[in-house]
Write a protein that binds this ligand. Structure first.
Ligand code: ADP
Ligand code: MG
Length: 336
């Protein structure tokens, strides 16, 4: 059945019927003029929003509606995690076309709900409209204790620069789909896992000085931290941990494997800084509690030394934030 046959209000009823609130702060949820939520006492409210547009951020040809729903929620959850917080309530606004089937909406919502449930996020409102292409906007609230808020701006000279997990896997997955490669490791592109548990442990340790999630590629994010912290940084290329699928996809596409990690993005791993003598403690702590590895990829220097990268032959070059720019490039990519 097409959505236009069902109608807007029946669709909203159908999509929201399956939502069972898990959190305690909902005074008024879906069905009123606005949601009313209890303010978290003694905590800061964090708010983030992301918009995804058909053929800019996803293609219906290569991504299932479930995956599109999952990923749009994952991107927002990752932003809350990067601030050191816990995600709480989501608002989901969607534009469907006149040709969109009800089953598409069901599956899109199922993907959002699945990841929302994993991270105890309640969907408490949104908007549903008709649009020439499918558009999804999620706004996500979160909360954090003031002492655990981690900004991009806290990096200090001498700090180590670390990442969680492996990088490049999402962009390699995208390359598999866009080039029709005979490979199937597309999971990191289609259904990324935000690092909420890791981010919370890092934030609560008191040792992390700055943090950001890697949505636009490592090069871009290192530059963001340095710009906000008033520092420079030096990255060692050989230390960047690459996802399993990267080398194979790099061979197929004739690209440098490290470019997937540096300039690809959408990995939704964390990039953060801490004093070098805290690296071992944090690495053991994160591995013990989450199974996720941490890797030192570089170090923070004075701003006058700028942001640089050293390759295998010890050649040092500037590391420019050559990530994805929506207005400079027409290829499919990025959610933020
Ligand atoms: P309004 O006319 O005030 O904009 P709507 O008829 O658009 O209200 O929405 C009715 C209720 O359904 C509101 O609580 C709104 O937040 C919620 N809602 C609308 N679309 C969605 C959606 N896609 N997901 C979740 N809640 C939605
Ligand atoms: Mg409305």
């Amino acid at each position: 059945m097409l959505i236009k046959e069902l109608g807007e209000f029946n669709l909203i009823k159908r999509l929201s019927a399956g939502l069972k609130p898990t959190r305690e702060g909902i005074i008024a949820g879906i069905g009123d003029d606005a949601a009313a939520l209890a303010s978290p006492e003694g905590k800061l409210l964090i708010v983030t929003t992301d918009m995804l547009v058909e053929d800019v951020h996803f293609r219906l040809k290569t991504a299932k509606p479930f995956e599109i729903g999952w990923k749009s929620m994952a991107a927002n959850i990752s932003d809350i995690a990067a601030m050191g917080g816990e995600p709480t309530y989501a608002f989901v606004s969607i534009g469907f076309t006149r040709q969109t089937k009800v089953e598409f909406a069901d599956e899109l919502y199922a993907g959002m709900k699945e990841i929302a449930d994993i991270y105890s996020v309640d969907i408490v409102g949104g908007d549903t409209v008709s649009a020439p292409q499918i558009v999804i906007n999620i706004s996500l609230l979160g909360e954090v204790e003031p002492e655990n808020l981690i900004r991009r701006s806290g990096a200090k000279i001498g700090d180590a620069l670390l990442v969680t997990g492996d990088l490049g896997g999402a962009d390699a997955g995208l390359a598999i789909l866009e080039n029709n490669l005979e490979l199937n490791d597309t999971k990191k592109h289609l259904m990324p896992i935000p690092r909420v548990k890791e981010a919370r442990i890092l934030a609560k340790s008191g040792y992390v000085t700055s943090m950001i999630d890697i949505s636009d590629g490592l090069a871009s994010e290192v530059n963001h931290i340095c710009e906000m912290s008033g520092t420079g940084a030096h990255v060692h290329k050989k230390d960047i941990p690459l996802s399993d699928n990267v080398r194979q996809v790099a061979k197929y596409t004739n690209r440098n494997p490290y470019d997937f990690a540096l300039y690809g993005g959408e990995d939704y791993e964390l990039l953060f800084t801490c004093q070098p003598d805290k690296v071992l403690f944090l690495t053991e702590e994160i591995f013990k509690k989450t199974g996720t590895k941490l890797t030192v990829v570089g170090k923070i220097y004075a701003a006058s030394l700028s942001v640089t990268i050293e390759d295998d032959s010890s050649k040092i070059t500037p590391l420019y934030p050559r990530g994805y720019d929506h207005f400079a490039n027409s290829n499919i990519n990025k959610t933020s």
